[in-house]
Design a protein around this ligand. Structure first.
Ligand code: GDP
Length: 169
């Protein structure tokens, strides 16, 4: 593997929004953006870990600002936190109207990716070096999100059990 790229925790992916991504009103489908978010997270986590990775979860994605066909969209992805085999990838989405040169931060999203080996078992990922105060802050926030995700999962499990009398699969 190329040493310059393995272990890199940041990645930028720029995509032109083409008409095939549009809904009936000419705005880009939320699903098309979700697909790109997943691709950026896959590429960022796979390059960082040097493993194949799968998506474990996608945190709430808010499409507050529409993205238009013809805009150039950049997905700024970064590994915020690592567990033994999981990684939280944060992505900041920036849309640029090419001719007007107006840049907007449309949304941000956090995905959890898990490294797997050739047999599909979780694989260990390298520890994340936290070199700047921003990295430390993002790592702390990611750890808090991880805790909240676990609590929400536990709560959903309890509700399911109370309601159906069996544990969810
Ligand atoms: P934050 O999580 O509070 O910093 O919220 P932001 O909306 O600023 O960024 C969301 C996520 O996108 C961050 O947690 C980072 O993982 C990632 N990110 C933000 N800015 C950049 C950047 O300039 N480059 C890269 N590669 N990733 C970024």
């Amino acid at each position: 593997m190329n040493d310059a790229l393995s272990g890199q925790h940041e990645l930028s992916m720029t995509v032109l929004m083409t008409p095939d991504m549009a809904n009936f009103s000419g705005k880009v489908h939320g699903g098309a953006i979700l697909k790109k978010l997943d691709e950026a997270a896959y590429a960022c986590a796979s390059r960082y870990s040097g493993s194949y990775v799968v998506t474990l979860s996608v945190d709430q994605v808010l499409f507050k600002q529409p993205i238009h066909v013809g805009e150039l969209v950049t997905f700024l992805a970064s590994i915020n936190h690592v567990g033994s085999s999981s990684m939280e990838v944060g992505i900041k989405v920036i849309a640029e109207s090419i001719q007007e040169k107006v840049i907007r931060h449309t949304n941000s999203c956090y995905l959890t990716m898990v490294a797997v080996d050739k047999e599909g078992r979780p694989a260990r990922v390298p520890p994340l070096k936290l070199e700047t105060s921003l990295q430390k802050l993002r790592s702390d926030k990611a750890a808090l999100r991880k805790k909240l995700r676990k609590e929400a999962e536990e709560e959903a499990r309890r509700t399911h059990e109370n309601h159906y009398g069996v544990q969810p699969r």
